[in-house]
Design a protein around this ligand. Structure first.
Ligand code: SF4
Length: 271
């Protein structure tokens, strides 16, 4: 049997067997950093701070956490050296108000000071970070996003940008297409279901346009989704869209945090 085929339904997204779920095939090489992060972040949250910055590993756990008073990373004592990532939330701004957003009440107008981001990127070097993850909110809404992305590329071999695909600004798209940068964009349902999840009319149409724009620009793209009851009927169409675009499709499980905790009964896959 081919190592990439499956004989049972995917346990993550419930897709049919025989390899129909490209993202869930064994050996896809995809590292679900956001999933690892969501597993560890509840223990980290500092209520007074708008952003979470930390260094974790793709095996799970945190090796260092940003101390906002000292302005530096502080080791946790966890010394797993496997594929460390630096999680940097650049802003809590976002054009969406998703029903599953893990930021919850943090979603708003905070913007990280560019100099603080630069210090974090510079000092993270001593932790052998393999990948910088630029997250938010919507990270491309940070006024210095293009400059900070360039600095992140100097700080680590890989940079992953978690964006909702809202931006179509040429300078941002060109920056996202740079070598070493990968981009993840979610669709949370098909058409009206996506807009219902984002509470943003027209967002599905806009994001699909962005996906095509990004691909034409040469962006290393992954189409993602979060597994909710709302997306379940759309999974085959999302996989087909990913195949049409020539990009991987990667579902993630819903994490019971922020808005998702408030809307758990109407969103949870098993509810
Ligand atoms: S796009 Fe992301 S950051 Fe914005 S509201 Fe949705 S889940 Fe939250």
């Amino acid at each position: 049997m081919d190592a990439t085929t499956t004989t049972t339904a995917c346990p993550r997204c419930g897709s049919a067997p025989q390899g129909s779920c490209a993202a869930c095939r064994t050996g896809s090489g995809y590292q679900p950093v956001k999933d690892r992060w969501l597993e560890v972040r509840p223990a980290l949250r500092q209520a007074a701070e708008p952003f979470d910055w930390a260094i974790g590993t793709e095996h799970g756990g945190l090796v260092a956490v940003w101390d906002w008073e000292r302005g530096e990373f502080v080791p946790t004592g966890h010394d797993d050296r496997h594929a460390r990532y630096l999680w940097l939330e650049l802003t809590t701004r976002c054009p969406h108000r998703c029903r599953h957003c893990y930021l919850g009440d943090r979603l708003g107008g905070a913007v990280a000071a560019p100099e603080a981001v630069r210090v974090a990127l510079r000092t993270a070097g001593r932790w052998d970070v393999a990948e910088v993850v630029l997250a938010g909110g919507e990270p491309t809404m940070h006024p210095a996003f293009v400059d900070l992305l360039a600095e992140a590329r100097r700080a680590a071999p890989r940079v992953r940008v978690l964006t909702n695909g809202w931006t179509q600004r040429p300078e941002v798209v060109a920056a996202l297409a740079q070598p070493g940068v990968s981009v993840e964009v979610p669709l949370l349902g098909w058409e009206a279901d996506h807009d219902w999840m984002t509470r943003t009319p027209g967002s599905f149409v806009r994001v699909v346009r962005s996906l095509h724009l990004y691909r034409r620009a040469g962006v290393a793209l992954t189409l993602t989704t979060t597994l909710t009851r709302r997306v379940r009927p759309a999974l085959d169409r999302l996989r087909a869209l990913a195949e049409e675009l020539g990009v991987p499709f990667q579902p993630s499980v819903l994490s019971r945090q922020g808005e998702a905790a408030r809307h758990w009964d109407e969103l949870a896959w098993e509810a």
